[in-house]
Design a protein around this ligand. Structure first.
Ligand SMILES: NC(=O)c1ccc[n+]([C@@H]2O[C@H](COP(=O)([O-])OP(=O)(O)OC[C@H]3O[C@@H](n4cnc5c(N)ncnc54)[C@H](OP(=O)(O)O)[C@@H]3O)[C@@H](O)[C@H]2O)c1
Length: 262
């Protein structure tokens, strides 16, 4: 048991992308937190399995399957959670996806899809909770972006652009929301071992296991940090690269990333 066990006791948390990878590990991490957990993803069976794990531990989790690109469904889910549990204290907007792109086979559809899921889909969930948080004068948005959004990386034009938009959005809305007592935590993971990264065919430096990543994320959300990034050995390197003037950044990425990928 960590010092943060039970830290979210009685809080109502809505977690998206709970059926797999980082979200699934985070849902398991929350079992010891004492919260009431609402789970969303498209695969209902995977959510039901988590609901059963919660029940076995004497905790409450409820499954609300849905696609985050469906704006009305996200509002419907948020309303249902509020009807059953009074309010949503924390939104952990984690659902997202990636597919590598190459400008040599350019197709706007690849870009539209990632913007619709990773950016607009995340906004649909925020839209579904924010007016009520503002009304209550209390709330917390914890949103999973990526270090891939910091600067342009090879094969990540679509993914990086969607995550960059999301991180930019979070930085901006924080100015409006902090005075209203609504915390905004931007989550910037490096490489985490999940079904998503299992598809990568290149070396992933400092690859972190999902339960360890979920631990970091949990601690940072409990502390209501502005930013959560992990594994820090990797994310600090990416942050340092991001501060370089473009010509130098380009040279470093060509040498380090493209050389590694062969
Ligand atoms: N793994 C990494 O190294 C890494 C690094 C940086 C950032 N991230 C971010 O971390 C988040 C989780 O990624 P992961 O690695 O855990 O990937 P994952 O194992 O593929 O999990 C993605 C989750 O998002 C859900 N999802 C995807 N599209 C959805 C949609 N349209 N509507 C509802 N749910 C949807 C999936 O559920 P269903 O398929 O059941 O809908 C699944 O639960 C993503 O935002 C990703 O960009 C991951």
């Amino acid at each position: 048991m960590s010092k943060y066990s039970g830290a979210l006791k009685g809080k109502v948390v809505w977690l998206t992308g709970a059926s797999s990878g980082l979200g699934e590990a985070f849902a398991r991490r929350l079992i010891a937190s004492g919260c009431v957990l609402a789970l969303t993803a498209r695969r209902a069976e995977a959510l039901e399995a988590l609901v059963e794990e919660y029940a076995a531990a004497g905790m409450t989790a409820i499954s609300f399957p849905g696609d985050i690109t469906d704006r009305d469904r996200m509002k419907e889910i948020a309303n249902a959670i509020r009807e059953q549990h009074g309010a949503i204290d924390i939104l952990v907007a984690n659902a997202g996806t990636h597919n590598p792109t190459s400008a040599s086979a350019f197709n706007t559809d690849d870009y539209r899809r990632l913007i619709e899921i990773n950016y607009l889909g995340q906004l649909h969930c925020i839209e579904a909770v924010l007016p009520h948080m503002i009304e209550r004068g209390e709330g917390h948005l914890a949103v999973v972006s990526s270090v891939a959004g910091f600067r342009g990386l090879p094969t990540a034009a679509a993914y990086g652009a969607s995550k960059s938009a999301l991180s930019h959005f979070l930085e901006s809305i924080r100015f409006d929301l902090e005075p209203k007592n609504i915390a905004v935590t931007a989550i910037h993971p490096g490489f985490i071992r999940t079904p998503l990264t299992d598809q990568n065919d290149f070396p992933m430096p400092f690859l972190m296991e999902a339960p360890a990543a979920a631990d970091r994320m949990y601690q940072h959300i409990v502390e209501r940090r502005l930013e959560s990034h992990f594994p820090r050995r990797f994310t600090y390197i990416v942050k340092a690269f991001s501060l370089l003037p473009y010509a130098l950044y380009r040279a470093v990425i060509k040498r380090v990333v493209l050389h590694e990928r062969g």
